[in-house]
Design a protein around this ligand. Structure first.
Ligand SMILES: [Zn+2]
Length: 343
């Protein structure tokens, strides 16, 4: 039988007492039977769009919150089937290299005062309009961000690590590293050409600072590790995988669609490139084209997030006031995602 997020009560009941207690320590949730009435003239349209009148009349909504971080999601798989306005989109446009400054980075991108770091398949630059003290770029040699090879990705991470090392030598105080990859416009990228962004700040970012504090307090209160306990919960529900020194979860409170979080104790984050490559291959198989990746360090954990930002021909943004100020609205089911992934 295919498991879904609405099966959570049943799954939790089956867990051993220890796992059940751990789940309840971390999460609060409620499942609502949300009913509505449909005018007769709308019935045919509903049947065509959603496949069933009953499904629409009796919707199940799952609200789940992490009790520590207060990350929260609202799941309703029907959201996937609702009509969405599209824009005309020719995927071949992604390949267009005319007037692409990143295809000629040495002449058309600024660089750090300490120079550029050259990888085999990439080169570093500086964002022309920085948003932090140190704000670098890893510009891929390949223009098309959806063309990725395992060795290329390893080289991007390795080059990013060298850039961070250089920054550390330039200013010891710029010790808070943050790596991001916004792939295509839905994910916030202003330039199509494949690139990652590297930030190093003196003061930690708010959300990261909060997570570090939560994990410290958790350690004091429960004499246990926040991240490994979070992983254990996911694993007990079939949503967690251990791969070498990394733990991967199909996140129970995703920020948007298909969020995957990796907690890793690898010494260097370049070691994560193979796993990230495999996750991306799965994303591409599931037709994900625009995604965000973020990577940062808390204590001895590298924490990496990957999230799908929706089909690139959608007219509407995937984020509204609910995501900005309330809980995230999600139509992809982490249980379904775990089943679809081949890692
Ligand atoms: Zn280019």
């Amino acid at each position: 039988m295919e498991l879904k997020i609405i099966d959570l009560p049943k799954l939790i009941n089956k867990l051993p007492k220890k796992d059940k207690e751990l789940f309840n320590r971390f999460y609060s949730f409620e499942i609502s039977d949300s009913k509505l009435s449909i005018p007769t003239k709308m019935e045919t349209w509903i049947k065509n769009k959603f496949g069933s009148l009953e499904k629409v009349k009796n919707q199940k909504v799952v609200l789940i919150n992490n009790n520590f971080t207060k990350e929260g999601s609202l799941f309703n798989e029907l959201r996937n089937l609702r009509p969405i306005q599209k824009v005309e989109m020719d995927l071949k446009k992604i390949e267009k290299k005319e007037n692409c400054n990143f295809c000629n980075p040495k002449n058309f991108t600024p660089y750090n005062v300490f120079g550029r770091i050259k990888g085999k398949y990439c080169i570093t630059a500086v964002n022309v309009a920085k948003y932090d003290y140190f704000h670098g770029l890893v510009i891929f040699r390949e223009h098309n961000p959806l063309k990725i090879k395992k060795v290329w990705l390893h080289d991007y991470f390795k080059t990013a690590d060298k850039w961070f090392e250089k920054v550390r030598k330039t200013d010891m105080e710029a010790k808070n590293f943050f790596l991001i990859w916004n792939c295509l416009w839905r994910a916030g990228a202003s330039i199509v050409h494949g690139h990652m962004q590297l930030c190093a700040s003196k003061m930690q970012y708010g959300k990261l600072d909060l997570l570090a504090k939560i994990s410290d307090e958790y350690k004091k209160k429960f004499d246990s590790d926040y991240f490994s306990d979070l992983f254990e919960i996911h694993k007990s529900l079939g949503l967690g995988l251990e791969i070498k020194k990394s733990k991967l979860v199909f996140y129970l409170t995703p920020i948007k669609e298909k969020e995957i979080v990796i907690f890793s104790k690898e010494k260097k984050f370049e070691k994560l490139s193979d796993l990230v490559y495999r996750v991306l291959q799965n994303y591409f198989r599931l037709d994900v084209k625009s995604f965000n990746l973020s990577l940062y360090k808390i204590k001895d954990y590298w924490i990496l997030h990957l999230v799908d930002r929706g089909p690139i021909d959608r007219k509407n943004s995937d984020i509204g006031a609910m995501e900005l100020y309330g809980n995230s609205v999600i139509s992809s089911d982490p249980f379904k995602l775990a089943k679809e992934f081949r890692l």
